[in-house]
Design a protein around this ligand. Structure first.
Ligand code: V47
Ligand code: SF4
Length: 381
């Protein structure tokens, strides 16, 4: 469906009207405009604008990807206060670490299955080093060359490279040569240093995170970016975070997808911090879609947000759902993720997208079309 400008949604507020006009005229909005949207924009207003942008870029198309996860370890040397996952110090008895053969067994479980991607992500284990992971990548590529390997957050990479005494460029090239093809978006959290000091004081900082993604882009790899929101950050911190991403993307054009991650407060050191409301979640998706005009895709991670809320997000700028994964990562279920059911079948996901009157398309990691399920017809609501 072609995107149509809806004049009737223009508000009385002159500042908000001016922002809407910019979006309809295909002009970039400023950081000040974005702060104003966070402060004053109703859900209906920002939602209409985000939907206009979404339909201009993608029509009704809503992507999903068939992947599986490997989590090498849940032990981590870092102490992020929002993390319900790391088991290095507390709950040491629940820690696990997988060897190369155990991880290859996970890969082999999917032999003959139509998965296109493996997503490798876990804690930062002091004994798992660059060479260990390079060997894993090589083994996966020998066993299944067609599988796209998306792996390692900038936090894991920063530690691996420093320990191996390699520059970011050397380390990244080394992993690329071993089979790494793209990077997930984790570890970004909130870039503002004052917030970072309170929620994740000891891991790679904003500049380090951005440098790793910039280097990957320079080597021709694509990456994602996340933002952990809905805890102690201010609206200005959110704008600052997205500004740094938009600036880097202007230079490199290497980001595929922006993934806002809703802070969940179960079983971590920030359990006293209330979670964001659904209205705030949808406003954030919408404002991100409007501001990040150089990011092709906006993704909702349904295990964290909940299936119904992820379905709703398809009307607030989101054009990608993650995903038909059948092993919901434990990092989320431990933090109080909405979905305890570990997986959704492709059919469930297709119905969910069609119920939202969108067009499901299965994609590969780089958004190549694998199967188009067509326009939504009548599906049971
Ligand atoms: O960086 C940790 C987040 C991230 C909590 O790139 C939490 O395709 C909410 O980045 N509440 C790792 N979030 C996972 C990640 C990811 C997930 C899915 C797809 C992709 C992709 C990337 O998980 C961490 C952190 O921001 N996280 N604890 C929590 N309590
Ligand atoms: Fe480690 Fe990641 Fe948890 Fe931080 S969020 S403690 S880096 S596993």
């Amino acid at each position: 469906m072609a995107a149509v400008m809806d004049q009737s949604i223009l508000p009385g507020d002159t500042d908000l009207r001016a922002i809407a006009q910019k979006i309809y005229n295909d002009q970039r909005i400023t950081d000040e405009d974005t702060l104003l949207l966070f402060e004053k924009g109703s859900l209906g207003f920002v939602g209409s604008l985000a939907n206009f942008v979404r339909e201009k870029l993608h029509g009704d198309i809503t992507y999903f990807n068939r992947n599986f996860h490997i989590e090498p370890t849940n032990a981590c040397i870092y102490t992020c206060n929002f993390c319900s996952y790391s088991r290095l110090y507390a709950h040491r008895d629940e820690a696990w670490e997988l060897g190369l053969e155990q991880m290859m067994d996970i890969v082999k479980k999917y032999d003959g299955e139509p998965v296109t991607e493996v997503h490798i992500v876990g804690g930062v284990h002091p004994k798992m080093n660059l060479e260990f992971f390079a060997e894993l990548l090589r083994k996966i590529k020998v066993h299944r060359p067609d599988l796209h390997i998306k792996g390692f957050t900038a936090v894991e990479l920063d530690y691996m490279f420093r320990k191996a005494k390699k520059t970011v460029a050397e380390g990244m090239q080394y992993l690329k040569d071993a089979g790494l093809e793209s990077l997930p978006g984790g570890g970004a959290e909130i870039f503002a240093e004052a917030v970072r000091q309170q929620i994740c004081p000891d891991k790679v900082d904003a500049d380090g995170w951005l440098k790793i993604h910039e280097t990957a882009h320079q080597l021709g790899m694509h990456t994602n970016a996340t933002m952990l929101y809905g805890h102690i950050e201010s609206f200005a911190d959110r704008v600052d975070h997205m500004r740094r991403l938009r600036e880097l993307q202007d230079h490199t054009k290497g980001f595929n997808t922006f993934i806002p991650l809703k802070f969940r407060n179960k079983d971590n050191d920030m359990s006293h911090v209330p979670e964001s409301t659904l209205v705030e979640d949808m406003r954030l998706y919408a404002i991100a879609r409007i501001y990040l005009d150089n990011f092709p895709h906006l993704k909702a991670y349904w295990p964290m947000l909940g299936r119904q809320n992820a379905q709703l997000s398809l009307s607030f700028g989101v054009n990608d759902l993650d995903g038909t994964i059948d092993d919901t990562t434990k990092i989320y279920s431990m933090a109080g993720a909405e979905e305890q059911t570990p997986s959704m079948s492709t059919e469930d996901l297709v119905v969910l997208i069609k119920q939202a009157k969108r067009q499901p398309v299965e994609r590969g990691t780089l958004y190549n079309v694998i199967k188009d399920y067509g326009q939504s017809e009548n599906v049971k609501m």
